[in-house]
Design a protein around this ligand. Structure first.
Ligand code: FA5
Length: 341
């Protein structure tokens, strides 16, 4: 153990070691060795009360000076190392007048950007924007939409089950928000509900397991198919900012009658390609007049009220707008793709 006769040697040795310390970790180790509990200086200080009273004063002065000098040397060496580090980062001498390195700005995901545009277009037409849970009850995702258990329509939307006993699914469509809207709003009303949906299906250029839809629902007196077609055409004109080649064909969805599918002309080809499966059309939206069973399940009297509903794929909309030929880019997380938006 160090003694008070050794103070000068301890001082020389301690200060040299601190001055020569190569980095933060070495400095921390020296701090422990000299200044912390059980360390060289701390043990000396603890010895002072045990000394002869006449020796205590000089021993105290010596040990405290040593403590102060080691502390000062540690702080000075830390500063020196930090400055050397900054100079190294600046590629030599540190120049405080240089402008800061530019920070990288993020941007909104293209799906988020288009969702916001869609919301703007529909709110300008008097629609409210609703939200719904992504983990949904079988009742809202299927049963109330006129798709009872064992209905073959369930096979079209391969479902991720969360908990079969509690009848919880990852919603396969945004249509359950229709029922939630009917339960809470008094007709007449117009709503849209954008959001993420999930299907356990094979992925390809136009199919993802996690994608985005916007649901639309209008309930009022004397709402008819003409209103539905006019609304969709008006919306597509706004979003594509030009006249768009669109076709309507019969489509089956248990929650609408009659039901339709809306296709948009493939922007990638003239005569067929892998994106449109060689048809020149891209299936874009399901829609129709709300089935009376569904109005009833939502607590609305079908004798008095009628309505139309639509559910469109947002990812495919962004693909067509920006001529993106593979839907898997959206969830791929590749910054070279994302920074283009
Ligand atoms: C439905 O999901 C219905 N809920 C739509 C609907 C709503 C019909 C209201 C009637 C009334 P469908 O499975 O066809 O329908 O999907 C709707 C749209 O979502 C499709 O037209 C397509 O644009 C998009 N879509 C469907 N599956 C995928 C997928 N795996 N990946 C990306 N987009 C998809």
């Amino acid at each position: 153990m160090a003694s008070f006769d050794d103070l000068e040697r301890l001082r020389e040795e301690g200060l040299t070691r601190v001055r020569e310390a190569a980095g933060g970790e070495a400095l921390r180790a020296l701090e422990r060795e000299y200044l912390e509990k059980g360390g060289v200086v701390t043990s000396l200080l603890a010895e002072i009360p045990k000394l002869e009273p006449t020796a205590r004063r000089d021993a105290g002065i010596g040990a405290n000076r040593l403590k102060g000098e080691i502390e000062g040397a540690l702080a000075a060496r830390r500063e020196e190392l930090l400055e050397a580090e900054l100079a190294r980062e600046a590629g030599g001498a540190f120049d405080a007048t240089l402008p800061a390195a530019p920070s990288q700005r993020g941007s909104l995901h293209p799906i988020t950007q288009v969702t916001r545009e869609v919301e703007e277009i529909f709110t300008a037409m008097g629609y409210r924007v609703l939200d719904g849970p992504e983990v949904e009850l079988d009742f809202y995702n299927f049963q109330a939409l006129n798709i009872p258990a064992d209905h073959p329509a369930r096979e079209h939307q391969d479902t991720f089950w969360c908990d079969e006993e509690q009848n919880l699914v990852l919603r396969t469509q945004t249509s359950p928000v229709q029922i939630r809207a009917m339960e809470t709003l008094e007709p007449p009303f117009r709503v849209i509900a954008p959001g993420r949906v999930f299907r356990n299906e094979a992925c390809d250029a136009t199919h993802e397991h996690t994608f985005h839809q916007v649901e639309g629902l209008v309930v009022g007196e004397d709402v008819n198919v003409g209103h539905l077609i006019g609304t969709l055409k008006g919306f597509l004109g706004e979003i594509f900012r030009r006249e768009t080649d669109v076709r309507l064909r019969p489509g089956f969805f248990p929650f609408v009658e009659p039901g339709f599918e809306v296709d948009v002309r493939c922007p990638f080809c003239e005569s067929g390609c892998r994106v449109c499966s060689d048809t020149t059309w891209i299936e874009y939206c399901g829609c129709g007049m709300v089935h009376p069973h569904v109005l009833r399940a939502g607590g609305i009297d079908p004798e008095r009220w009628s309505g139309f509903a639509f559910g469109m794929g947002l990812d495919r909309l962004v693909m067509m707008r920006h001529r993106i030929d593979d839907i898997r880019h959206f969830m791929g997380g590749d910054l070279r793709f994302l920074t283009q938006f």
